[in-house]
Design a protein around this ligand. Structure first.
Ligand code: EPZ
Length: 451
């Protein structure tokens, strides 16, 4: 049994990254080659789902390899608001769910982070009810939750949406969710996770068809199985869950972040650098590695969890984002920055989100030659980008502008770090340690006086 020292959660933040109150910008002086080894942090999109999954267990659990991110802090705040006791020491997070005291997730926390919606499945499964605010849309799309809702209804929850709140409950008579066969119209990552978590405590068998196959689904399933859940098929299109009566304490380590690793691979490729990256799980990076090799980079497996990338002539290629094992939408922006200086004409098609090409306008400010028609971007490689002040409008767009700045002639100032800090653990510190000329400075006071 774990004996964590549990105190109510102090919201901690990594001193190296901005907090939300103090806006800042990154100054980058480009065309400095990188060298050395970069350590990859734990996966944001796995950690957030697993933290919600901890609600399923009425005891405590200990998570390892948690990254230092604003979104992780927000999830800590949300779980604490639900009554849980949490304590973070370094990359270890202790969560005691025995003190879960409410099924109402506060609006001010859910509205800041879509992943907060992941608590609805565990709350209904554990308490028989949940009230969670509808997560708003964001820069990349409307981000509906209809597939989550339909999944919970298929499991026997009564769901109604009013005043911006999703109320889900199990009617008294039944008292427990009931296993069901569910077909997802779209292999939604979040909906697969909501249904998977709720089904672990349902009465009977659940089959999720057309399920998402992302590595983060497998990590969440492995975490739930470590707590005693009965899950088969995670990582394939069909997941089978046989409900159990209760789950138990567990100590679990989150997988490395494949999107952070992919971002560093692009940083190496765009600056013509040789880099070592670890820990990684190579099969999680298969689509990105295949595309980098098509573009002309050499990538070698040094050890089972360490990749080496070597420079190469950059050639155009086409990219179409798809659910895993297709090319990940979360690496589309970063790869577009690379294709902006790759010889020839590339077509980048974003098929997962309806509005995830905002970074094009900013890359064009840096001299990129890109035309957008619908969800397609037509990129003609230019010899060199030029530094400019640019603004990140979502997490991965901001990352794309950072890697573009590493390759650009002169100085680039990247704003919108409130997005970047949601998903990257001290990105500028890791890049500086590789030799990049990059620093985070306080944003100059706005000279626009309020009307
Ligand atoms: C997860 O978001 C990730 N976030 C996203 O990462 C990632 O881009 C996305 O999966 C796709 O891989 C977390 O895991 C916290 P979806 P999620 O449900 O679950 C539509 C990042 O940069 N849809 O697979 O919200 C939806 O509108 C972030 O780290 C419905 O229509 O993604 C979208 O077009 C960004 N109805 C598509 O499916 C629903 O009920 C894919 O969404 C749910 C989704």
């Amino acid at each position: 049994m774990l004996e964590p020292t549990i105190i109510n959660s102090p919201i901690v933040s990594n001193p190296a990254s901005a907090t939300e109150e103090q806006p800042s910008v990154l100054h980058i002086w480009g065309r400095t080659p990188l060298q050395g080894h970069v350590a990859i942090s734990g996966a944001k999109n796995s950690a957030l789902a697993i933290m919600a999954g901890a609600l399923l267990c009425p005891q405590d659990c200990r998570l390892h390899n948690l990254p230092w991110l604003v979104d992780i802090n927000r999830m800590i705040q949300l779980l604490a608001a639900l009554g849980l006791k949490l304590n973070r020491q370094g990359d270890v997070l202790d969560i005691d769910s025995s003190s879960l005291s409410t099924s109402q997730a506060p609006y001010e926390l859910v509205s800041q982070m879509r992943a907060s919606f992941f608590v609805i499945g565990p709350l209904v499964a554990r308490l028989g009810m949940a009230s969670v605010p509808l997560p708003g849309g964001c820069a990349i799309g409307a981000r509906p939750v209809d597939l989550h809702v339909r999944g919970l209804q298929a499991l026997g929850a009564e769901v109604r949406i009013e005043h911006g709140l999703v109320h889900a409950c199990i009617n008294e008579r039944r008292g427990r969710l009931k296993g069901a066969k569910i077909y997802l119209d779209y292999p939604s990552v979040g909906a697969t996770e909501t249904i998977l978590m709720a089904a672990t405590l349902a009465d009977g068998e659940t089959l999720i068809e057309n399920a998402a196959q992302e590595p983060e689904i497998v990590d969440l399933a492995n975490f739930c199985r470590a707590m005693g859940a009965n899950i088969q098929g995670a990582g394939t299109k069909t997941i089978a869950v046989s409900g159990v009566d209760h789950l138990h304490s567990v100590e679990y380590s989150v997988i490395p972040d494949r999107i952070e690793a992919g971002t560093f691979l692009v940083a190496a490729a765009i600056t013509g650098s040789e880099l070592l990256l670890s820990p990684v799980i190579p099969e999680h990076l298969a689509p990105a590695i295949a595309k980098l090799r098509e573009i002309g980079l050499q990538i070698r497996l040094e050890t089972p969890d360490c990749l080496r990338i070597l420079p190469g002539e950059l050639r155009a290629t086409d990219i179409e984002t798809r659910p895993f094992p297709g090319f990940p939408t979360d690496m589309q922006a970063q790869f577009m920055a690379l294709l902006a200086i790759s010889e020839g004409n590339s077509v980048v098609s974003e098929t997962v989100f309806e509005n995830r090409l905002h970074h094009v306008a900013e890359l064009k400010r840096m001299g990129a030659d890109i035309r957008v028609k619908g969800n397609h971007a037509f990129v003609t490689g230019v010899p060199r980008l030029s530094g400019a002040p640019v603004q990140g409008t979502d997490l991965r767009a901001a990352a794309a502008l950072v890697v573009a700045g590493l390759a650009a002639e002169g100085k680039t100032e990247v704003g919108g770090l409130q997005h970047l800090d949601r998903g990257y653990d001290n990105l500028e510190g890791k890049l500086r340690q590789l030799g990049a000329k990059i620093e985070r400075v306080q944003a100059p006071p706005s000279n626009v006086t309020p009307a």
